[in-house]
Design a protein around this ligand. Structure first.
Ligand code: PEP
Ligand code: MG
Length: 760
């Protein structure tokens, strides 16, 4: 059974259209289960109907003009009941069931036994998979289990094929989104109106979408050019390696050379381009088909060649997009859209042209969202189901508060949002006027506001923002945009710019925190479970040469300023902290011996994993301060991947468990007289900031763009109110209740502009 199941799933995943997906499912189920008929109904949510979409065998869908004319209202018939109950129904004789109803297009006399299972994706019943037999005998337990498993496995593929199908026609997409909109996670506040520029993933051929083209000749030329470059690469490689090439590798290169000139790679792809798909999409199809053919071969040597074909496809693809990349044109107001927009995509774009970012994958706490927030660019993440390819060049509105994307919207919506965009500008100016005023509550409690940074471009705005220091400098950013690890000199120059710009105000430089979702192009880490793997301090303690070079760069950069704080990320064990402090001491002593006028920095530990919360007292005793990284703390406490759109709804730093953990950490730090700050994204959330104030957090560090909003909140409430609100919030059972409560409080205080587009 498992083998059949896997084969069906594989075939379905290979299908490119919803029709193909559904017909493969019914054909294969019909064959595998030995039933008289297999059919699939999908839910038409707009009309509240179940529509017959595909069938195999006889007796269903006969005598009607088209299958989709067979429509059952929600809850109607036994099929409707399966959908309503969202559970399988297995009957020896369906005609005896109270919900039984006859429909044109189904030959009822022919069937008795009925088994229907719901197809459920993300809690929505997408449809029903039905098998029927003439004999009056219910289905065996293992048949039910098989169909249930199959439906569960295929639900995602069906949902995506459905979304792709909808997206295939821009007209359909426009008509469904003019009044309505695509929904994602509002991940950076603000409104952006501009033209969509779609960024395609550069690394993975298998992830490229289809894209219609009009200029076939140019596309063929581009493809042939890429092929020619690959041929040259292979020849060069062979030549370079010369006699050192072992015989079996020589065969491999010869095979590559043969393949790259084969009819498949040359002619089949060109045929597909001529049929209207762009070169990467055509190449993907041909490579997938060919590699599968090889994979299914009996001869183990030939089976192995499947990987060579994939590799070759990837090589051609990289040559193709390299060419393509140069051609990206960013209009003055660009909405950057992609399946999975990465920090580098944003870094490569002319920032002044980017008015918003939309990414299908990822969530508010992905690093791309953090980066965009730092730049005050509205973001919608997790716009799952959006077929990005078809919206290229469309006019778009992005509402980063509510997580909405409008595509080619009606004029009335454009007018409405243009007004809100203007009001946003007014609000920003109003907030700017708070710049010189202290972040102080109405009853006189001061809350130092710091900025999170890591980009050179941040220095100017950060200084101007009235920030009282840098609470988190993510040193991985300068590491990311280089070809190799920067040396001590280079690092010290980079850090010095920020240290000098802010002196005498404190600057917190965090040691390298790569791993997880932050990769360095020149230091790839392949892991099954990267967020629980080699990350942050774990890497740098294993590579003390990297750690020591960085510490020396920091200490050298701070000479003459005396405002350096070093922050250690991902501490999950006391020994890591002890070891890191010893290494800092080693670097410091060596530099002193070298005659450098270094000064001993403040040292802090990040509290971002649950074990650190429980050992916060012990950690506090070893350092000068604690800094709570609520992004990772939320992820690890709630066991919710901060980048996974599928579970994004569960990721909320206002979750009662997270609030209690922060509260406990603040108390632990204060018990030993240590300052406790918050540097995760939560610090920049105006609603959450009230609670952090109430907890007695000593400073908040956030994206520079969030600073004026948080300052407005701090100045609008009293510490006493914040404490009362915290007491109340700690009694709620869910993040939703807390969010509603805080939003009402902001509204009541006249700060509604902080939670939605516009001023009010
Ligand atoms: C955090 O985890 O909250 C944090 C500030 O670090 P980063 O987002 O860089 O992982
Ligand atoms: Mg972190």
């Amino acid at each position: 059974m498992l083998a059949i199941l896997q084969k069906i799933v594989q075939e379905v995943n290979r299908a490119r259209s919803l029709d193909d997906v559904l017909s493969i499912i019914v054909d294969k189920v019909h064959e595998a289960m030995d039933v008289d008929t297999a059919s699939v109904y999908l839910t038409d949510f707009d009309r509240e109907q179940h529509v017959l979409m595909a069938t195999a065998g006889e007796g269903v869908g006969e005598g009607v003009d088209s299958l989709d004319s067979v429509r059952l209202n929600t809850g109607e018939g036994v099929v409707g009941l399966v959908a309503r109950r969202a559970e399988p129904i297995n009957l020896a004789d369906a005609s005896k069931h109270t919900n039984y109803k006859k429909f044109a297009g189904i030959d009822y006399d022919q069937f008795h036994a009925f088994l229907g299972v719901p197809i459920i994706h993300q809690r929505n019943v997408l449809g029903v998979l039905v098998v029927q037999r003439a004999e009056k005998k219910s289905f065996r337990e293992d048949s039910v289990a098989f169909l249930v498993t199959l439906a569960a496995q295929l639900a995602g593929a069906i949902a995506h094929a459905e979304a792709r199908g909808k997206g295939r026609s821009i007209e359909k997409i426009k008509s469904s989104t003019q009044r309505h909109f695509f929904r994602g996670q509002g991940s950076a506040p603000g409104v952006g109106i501009g033209t969509a520029v779609v960024i395609y993933p550069s690394a993975d051929l298998m992830a490229v979408p289809d894209k219609e083209i009009t200029d076939t000749d140019t596309e063929i030329f581009v493809y042939q050019d890429a092929l020619a470059r690959v041929v040259k690469d292979i020849e060069d490689m062979k030549e370079r390696l010369g006699d050192n090439l072992k015989e079996d590798n020589r065969v491999l290169f010869d095979a590559y050379a043969l393949l790259v000139n084969s009819d498949t790679i040359v002619d089949d792809v060109i045929e597909k381009i001529k049929a209207g798909n762009w070169a990467p999409g055509s190449l993907r199809d041909v490579i997938t088909e060919t590699s599968l053919k090889f994979k299914e071969m009996k001869d183990p040597y030939l089976r192995e060649r499947a990987d060579d074909i994939l590799d070759l496809g990837q090589r051609i693809f990289l040559n193709l997009i390299d060419k393509d990349k140069k051609e990206i044109i960013y209009p003055k107001k660009t909405v950057l859209v992609g399946e999975n927009i990465r920090a580098t995509d944003l870094a490569e774009a002319p920032i002044k042209n980017i008015v918003a970012v939309v990414s299908n994958k990822g969530s508010s706490s992905s690093h791309i969202a953090i980066l965009a927030r730092a730049m005050d660019i509205p973001v919608v993440m997790g716009a799952d189901g959006l077929d990005v390819a078809v919206i290229d060049t469309c006019k778009c509105i992005v509402d980063g508060y509510q997580g909405r994307l409008y595509i080619d919207p009606e004029q009335a919506i454009i007018d409405e949002y243009s007004l809100l965009e203007k009001e946003e500008g007014q609000l920003a100016r109003q907030l700017k006027s708070l710049r010189k005023l202290p972040a102080e509550t109405s009853d006189g409690k001061k809350m130092p506001l710091y900025v999170n940074t890591g980009l050179m471009a941040d220095i100017g705005p950060s200084k101007k923002s009235g920030a009282e220091g840098v609470g988190l400098y993510r040193t991985e950013f300068p590491f990311m945009i280089r070809d190799s690890f920067p040396g001590e000199e280079e690092q010290s120059r980079i850090y010095r710019k920020t240290l000098s710009a802010f002196a005498p105000r404190p600057v917190t430089l965090r040691t390298l925190d790569v791993g997880g979702d932050k990769a360095l192009p020149y230091f790839p880490i392949e892991e099954e479970n990267p967020f629980l793997g080699w990350r942050g301090i774990r890497i740098t303690l294993d590579h003390r040469e990297i750690f020591l070079t960085q510490i020396r760069g920091m200490l050298r950069g701070a000479i003459g300023f005396d405002n350096l704080s070093i922050l250690l990320p991902m501490i999950s064990d006391l020994s890591e902290l002890d070891e890191a402090v010893l290494l800092i001491d080693q670097a410091f002593t060596e530099m002193q011996d070298e005659g450098l006028a270094v000064t001993w920095p403040k040292i802090g530990a990040m509290i971002e994993v649950p074990s650190a919360v429980y050992q916060a007292e012990e950690l506090a005793q070893r350092v000068d301060y604690l800094s709570i990284g609520t992004n990772d703390l939320t992820q690890y406490l709630l066991a919710v991947d901060r980048n996974n759109a599928r579970v994004a709804k569960l990721y909320d730093s206002l979750h009662p468990a997270v609030l209690r953990a922060i509260n406990q950490t603040v108390d632990a730090g204060h018990k030993y007289g240590r300052a406790v700050g918050v540097c995760g994204e939560m610090a920049g959330d105006p609603a959450a900031a009230i609670l952090l104030l109430g907890m007695g957090v000593d400073n908040l560090s956030m994206a520079v763009a969030s600073l004026p909003r948080v300052k407005w909140v701090i100045r609008s409430f009293s510490y006493r109110d914040a404490r009362l609100m915290l007491t109340k919030a700690l009694q709620f059972n869910s993040a939703r209740e807390t969010r509603n409560y805080l939003n009402s409080a902001l509204d009541a205080a006249g700060l509604g502009g902080l939670i939605r587009a516009g001023k009010k």
